[in-house]
Structures are given as C-alpha cells and as structure tokens.
Ligand binder design. Structure first.
Ligand SMILES: [Zn+2]
Length: 271
C-alpha cells in the first residue's frame, strides 16, 4: 500500500539562466592562451521543491523555488541580471504547484529550508502565520539576519523576515526516514535532506551543497558562490560517505541534465 510508505514528489519550481561560472569554477571551460575568445556558457538553472507525504500523516516541503515577482524583488540586488527567471512556465510557480497537489500552505506540517538564498526561500512568506514548523540551520539564521539593508548577496531579508524559524544545530531526523544533514560551505548553514524510501532506496537532496553532477566529481569542482571553501569540500565528502554507505541517489540542486532524468511533478512520485 502506497500509503504505508514515504512518498516523495519532486516539483520543478521555475528555471533561471546563468553563466556557468557561477555554478562551476571549471578550468577546462575557461578562456586560456590557446582559447582566449572562449564563448560564454549561458546555461539553464532549474529549481525544485520536494513534497513529502509521510505514512504517519504528516506533510513536508523542502524549499520553495523562485518568486513570481523576481524582476521587482531581485532588481535591487542586481542578481536579476545574472540569474533571470526567464524559462518558467505558469504551472511551475510554487502557488501553482500547491494547487496541483490540492493543498494549501497551511496543510504543510514542516517546511524545510535548505538555506535562505533568493531562489530557495523566496516563497517562504506563504507560511507566515500558518503554524507550520519552519526549519533552518542555526548558522544560516544567524548569518541571514546579521546584516543591515535589503540584501547581502543572494540573501534578501524580506524573504524570511518575520517568520518563526526553528533552528537545528546537528543532523536531525525530523520523522522516521527523513533527516536533515548539516552541509555548510555554500552558505553559513546550507542543509541537505536524506529520505530513506522503501522502493527507491535512499535519496539525498543536496540543494546548493552540490549544484550539478560535475560539482560532486570526484574530484569536486567548487562554485562561484561558496562562503567557506574548506567547509564546502568537507560537506561534499560527508555527502559522499553517506552516499557510499546507503547507495543513495543524489539529487543535485540545479542540474539541468539530471533534471531530464528524474520523475517530476504531481503524480510522478518516488516511494
Ligand atoms: Zn544558494
């Protein structure tokens, strides 16, 4: 019976474009003496959320995608120019996804935020006042409120200001088979999500701890946005050790190639 198992639905929540250098500092793709006029790599950067139904009746959501009003909201940061949300269809916006699932924001028991960047926490205000438990890493919360003004890089304070954020400071099993892993480095407190499924085995949703398959390697390739490089490499090896122990499928944060290979959208679930 499907209802006896954890059910995971990966939801595309809007696609950006960006220069690959933001995501992958890869010497093989850089200009060089023999290739000084190298063309830019302007690549698709899909986002996703993950809807999880637990057999004990609880509903969880991992991340919230990009906002409909990205032009206005991201304009003051300048990042609208670097990460335009220009490949998103009407069915992808998070509010559309909730409707497709037949749920409202308040039906979610746990909102799990991998980190508070503008393409992950953008729609978190849907949960303002709903009573949903919103979980983030302790270090992420501290960093995300530790500046003055509208934004600091890709953190826009109004995305999460006023929310009742519950923090974790160690790897934490939220419900049986659903565990938040501390994988800092991309930001102060980026989290990954491990889900142990009956039929599909373990899945690790790495969010921006691993943007793309090339990020994972081996060897790992770092990105243009890494707050703490040493911590990032350590987090990649932490994920690798869990992957090797559990034979997990790793779902990368923004990999357009892997995205075409996943079951996506309502009705295409993993159990
Ligand atoms: Zn990020």
């Amino acid at each position: 019976m499907a209802d006896d198992k954890i059910k995971v639905t990966v939801l595309p929540t809007g696609t950006m474009h960006a220069d690959l250098t933001w995501l992958l500092i890869d010497p093989s793709r850089m200009a060089s003496a023999s290739n000084p006029d190298k063309q830019k790599d302007w690549v698709e950067v899909p986002t996703h959320a993950v809807y999880i139904e637990h057999p004990d009746g609880k509903k969880l959501l991992w991340d919230t995608g990009v906002p409909r009003d990205w032009v206005e909201r991201w304009g003051p940061t300048g990042l609208d120019q670097f990460f335009p949300v220009d490949a998103t269809t009407e069915d992808m916006w998070l509010d559309s996804r909730l409707k497709q699932l037949g749920i409202e924001a308040g039906d979610i028991d746990y909102l799990l935020l991998s980190h508070l960047h503008l393409d992950h926490a953008a729609n978190a205000q849907f949960w303002n006042g709903t009573g949903t438990t919103i979980l983030v890493d302790e270090a992420e919360k501290e960093g995300a409120f530790g500046f003055d003004g509208y934004n600091k890089g890709a953190h826009i304070k109004s995305d999460y200001d006023g929310l009742d954020l519950t923090t974790i400071n160690e790897d934490t099993e939220i419900l049986p088979g659903i565990t938040l892993l501390r994988t800092p480095g991309h930001t102060w407190g980026t989290l990954s999500l491990q889900v142990d499924l009956a039929d599909s085995g373990t899945m690790i949703f790495a969010s921006d701890s691993l943007y793309r398959s090339e990020s994972y390697g081996p060897p790992p390739i770092a990105a243009g946005i890494v707050y703490d490089t040493v911590a990032w490499f350590n987090s990649v090896e932490k994920i690798r050790s869990i992957q090797e122990r559990t034979d997990a499928t790793i779902v990368f944060g923004h990999d357009p190639v892997q995205f075409t290979e996943l079951k996506l959208g309502p009705g295409n679930s993993y159990t």
